[in-house]
Design a protein around this ligand. Sequence first.
Ligand code: ASP
Length: 450
Amino acid sequence: MKVCKFGGSSLSNAEQIRKVCDIMLSDPDRRVMVVSAPGKRTREDTKVTDLLIALANARIQGYDGQTELTAVVRRFAIIANELGLPDSCLAAIKTDLTKRMHADHTNSLKFMDLLKAAGEDNCARLVAEYFKTLGCEAAYFDPKEAGMFLTEEFGNAQILPDSYGNLAKLSDYPGLIIFPGFFGYTLTGEIVTFSRGGSDITGSILAAALNASVYENWTDVDSVYAVSPSLVSNPHPITEITYDEMRELAYAGFTVLHDEALTPAYRNGIPVNIRNTNNPTAKGTLIVRQRVNFEGVVTGIAGAKGFCTLNMSKYLMNREVGFALKVLQILADEKIPFEHMPSGIDSLSIVLRRDVFTPDKEKIVTRRLVKELGIEKISVDRSLAIVMIVGEAMARTVGVTARACTALSKAGVNLEIINQGSSEISVMFGVREEYCNYAVKELYKEFFQR
Ligand code: ASP
């Protein structure tokens, strides 16, 4: 059985919905369909989820929300009308939205999730209706009845382990299962959503629960590319990549799947296939545990801005047992996660994300480091970018880092930090932010255009 998740752009209008239904019907193994809320039809358009957030905010601020409600209903009305669905379908959507918007909003986070989930929920009901008009055996499944239970963290929920056993029972249904993405229920029966883009997580959970042969994630690109198409035209397509490689590239800015979406598939060894709804004959990118095809030593190159380094030194630092522990304790006290920690004999640098290491936090942390640990020299660089080259084959190849460093030095890019983890599947370079894109392009030239 294949579990297929379709993103917002694949469900943005009637034409797209017809395409996804054709995709589902063209392969009898495609038994489970996870849907997002309708996304943008054009660049300037607004996603239904964002319209719902606006509706929730209007209600929370004490407005009647009628304008916002009309905008959401209009999106569904156009789709239902163009698909020739009976009037009762749109009437049910209107009733559902009206009921949600008049729910108690004293807990604004809970109310927000109730509204956000309406995009996926109504889209799934609508798609199931459409399948029925085509004469197919298809049914909408309610996450509550199916047993998709999540933690009570509104806007950022996690799956509860018992859900897998509950969801496995879905396979008893002989027809097409249409399941809304993005949300589930708390054990006390409240609607709760994953973080934004979370329908990817729903799809991965269902694929794992049902032990699917593959989790197909349908989007609007032919494949994952070795470098961002915004930096290089016609970049090299990746046909096969491991979960670990994908994870490393996601860390440095690849935004193909939701960050948490790979975990359920990874734990159960379910291959993930990224496919294009607008070009279904393209094979896409297959994410697997172990690769068989290696086209080159490097699989992908990515760069991410928005990091800083906190540099400190103290004479005879390496003789003080537990010194790093004390530094990290100060960061933990201030609830600041750290990313990397390159060190010298008497010096230590900590790489942090700029959005969590705010100027206020910087003041507190640097003051404490000087006062409590006797740091003699301390500095903060707030404009660091991280550039990564990633590839499983690197662990077995001598000289990859040398090639990368030579390419960067010829391009005049100074390396502030170099870091290679023990898995040897990636090398990370810290460069000044203004060199980030340039460094990525130079590395791409070195490994893909020679
Ligand atoms: N519709 C939700 C969002 O826009 C979830 C998703 O599409 O995955 O974030």
